[in-house]
Design a protein around this ligand. Structure first.
Ligand code: ADP
Length: 557
């Protein structure tokens, strides 16, 4: 045989061997993954059938497919068998695992513990958490379950290895969330602050995974929901289902009329549609029917749009908080305030009358000190009287009990009258008047005078370091606009939305001992609304504020 023929023969044999090797590998893979349960092998003595027990096959597939690692060890801890799960856990090919010692994969800090575990496990089943170390020297937290099995060659130790990396991570997250939950619960006491806080918390949490979000949401004592950008609710937490008794199907079909009070239904729908259309925050109070006792309870429902980095709304996140108890408490407080101010009014009026009588009866020349004391007392009685009047007014406005005595009057005259009174009391500020355009108004002169007084008094009170305010009028689109501008402490932007709320006082004011009850603007706003007008303001912290009242121009004679 010449060299060329020999080379060709060897190449042919080599190709044949390569093919056989590939076939053998395929067969092993097929057996490993359970694609075959019988093999016909050709030998010199003819074809022979090798079958695999069906139970073994299910087992192999199961072991091969499972996420956990599975190995069998001999008495020395050598790995006799390993599934792919374990190999990928330690970041090695199967050939790098089988035949090596399992001890190699145990973190050195755990090796003494593992040695005794390994010894014990030949006598009894064992489970223990242990750190393994992978090929890249990374520590992997695992749970080992060790069981002795009988094989044809004697005893072997079967070890199932569960990777706990994710579980440990989840536990960490869980702890983190529990702490947040505690925080959220403690802040429930102050409803307004709490709302802001929760929305903030929710927004933060929603950036975490949906799974974690659900876990947290299901454990919150309030109803939590999410909606698609176009407004359809697509998730409600456990509390919702427990409270309303609705099924998932009913809820996902948006069958709100079943649990939303008929009187609130239209408002909620309108407000929700408006928010979805404009992207504005959703905020409404409404009654939901409680399944457990069939009682309607007031809730405050708030939702915020979640926007992607391009500013597009991708979802809505909302919460509903049961405020029935707060409402009841508020009603009781209102009743108390109304009763207390009524009760206070009479004695204060009597004291005022007596102080007047005393003033008349005093010999002013003989008793100059007593006159001075009496005047000071009178001023304090007036202040007290104003406070009680505000409290009474606020109660009346709240109950819709204010009666307006409307007539036609000249607005400019009223403004000048009030400024005259204010000038007598306050000498600290110069009032600059710009009353170019004014008109007649049809309304309650006294009540509108109260609004003007409130706006001017506030402008003076909240600008202690300035010495002037500007009062102006104008007419636009059949509306008279009356504005009071100051250069005082201003109002932080985040508190603007609450300014017309009853008893609301900006944080700066509270900490700086400006006197007041936080009722003036609430009463003023209600009075203006009842005159088909509106009250608005612009304000910047540290720069000043401008409050403007709009009233319809009287068009008659
Ligand atoms: P009060 O002055 O009695 O507190 P108001 O209802 O008149 O009650 O005002 C409510 C709150 O609005 C005030 O406590 C203050 O925080 C803020 N405020 C009103 N007017 C002004 C103003 N001109 N400048 C700054 N803050 C103001």
């Amino acid at each position: 045989m010449d060299a060329k023929t020999l080379l060709e023969k060897l190449q042919k044999e080599n190709a044949e061997l390569r093919w056989q090797l590939e076939e053998a590998n395929d067969a092993i893979e097929a057996i490993r993954t359970g694609q075959v349960d019988a093999l016909i092998l050709k030998s010199e003595s003819g074809s022979q059938l090798y079958t695999l027990k069906s139970a073994d096959q299910t087992y192999r597939v199961f072991i091969e497919k499972m996420k956990e690692g599975a190995v069998t060890l001999d008495k020395e801890g050598l790995i006799l068998y390993s599934n792919s799960g374990f190999a990928s856990m330690v970041d090695l090919p199967l050939s790098g695992v089988i035949g090596t010692s399992f001890h190699n994969f145990v973190d050195t800090e755990n090796s003494t513990f593992f040695n005794s575990l390994f010894e014990e496990s030949w006598n009894s089943e064992n489970k223990a958490e242990i750190y393994l170390i992978n090929n890249k020297k990374k520590k992997i937290p695992t749970l080992l379950s060790l069981t002795v099995i009988e094989t044809n060659d004697g005893k072997a130790l079967s070890v199932i290895i569960t990777d706990l990396t994710r579980q440990k991570e989840t536990e960490k997250q869980l702890k983190f969330k529990n702490e947040e939950l505690l925080l959220a619960q403690s802040s429930l006491e102050n409803l307004n602050n709490e709302l802001e806080y929760r929305v903030h918390e929710r927004t933060m949490e929603l950036s975490l995974s949906r799974e974690h979000f659900k876990f947290l949401a299901d454990n919150l004592p309030v109803i939590v929901y999410t909606a698609k950008p176009e407004g359809n609710i697509d998730y409600l937490n456990k509390k919702w289902y427990v409270y309303t008794g609705m099924t998932v199907k009913e809820s996902m079909e948006q069958q709100w009329q079943k649990i939303l009070h008929p009187d609130d239904y239209d408002d909620v729908l309108k407000s929700w549609e408006h928010s979805v259309k404009t992207g504005c925050d959703f905020n409404i109070e409404c009654r939901f029917l409680r399944a457990s006792d069939g009682i309607w309870r007031w809730h405050t429902s708030t939702a915020l749009p979640f926007k992607n980095n391009k500013g597009k709304i991708t979802a809505w996140f909302g919460i509903c908080i049961d405020i029935e108890d707060q409402k009841l408490a508020l009603n009781q407080k209102d009743e108390f305030i109304s009763m207390a101010s009524h009760e206070l009014k009479t004695p204060v009026t009597i004291i005022k009358a007596f102080s007047h009588v005393l003033n008349l009866a005093l010999d002013k020349n003989k008793n100059p000190k007593a006159v001075d004391y009496l005047n000071r007392m009178d001023k304090q009685i007036n202040k007290l009287n104003d406070l009680i009047t505000d409290l009474l007014d606020a109660s009346k406005v709240n109950e819709g009990m204010v009666i307006f005595e409307k007539k036609i009057f000249d607005f400019k005259e009223l403004v000048i009258e009030i400024i005259h009174e204010v000038n007598i009391i306050s000498e600290t500020h110069k009032i600059e008047l710009k009353l170019s355009k004014t008109c007649k108004i049809f309304g309650d002169r006294n009540r509108l005078g109260q609004v003007i007084n409130n706006l001017i008094s506030n402008a003076i009170k909240y600008s202690p370091d300035a010495n002037s305010i500007i009062v102006s009028t104008d007419i636009k689109d059949d509306f008279l606009q009356f504005c009071v501008q100051d250069f005082g402490i201003g109002i932080p932007a985040e508190q603007h939305s609450k300014l017309f709320n009853r008893f609301f006082r900006a944080s700066e004011v509270k900490s700086n001992t400006f006197p007041g009850l936080g009722l003036g603007l609430y009463i003023s706003n209600e009075i203006v609304k009842r005159h088909s007008g509106s009250l608005a303001f612009e304000s910047e912290k540290g720069k000043g504020s401008k409050f403007c009242m709009k009233l319809p121009v009287y068009k008659g004679e």
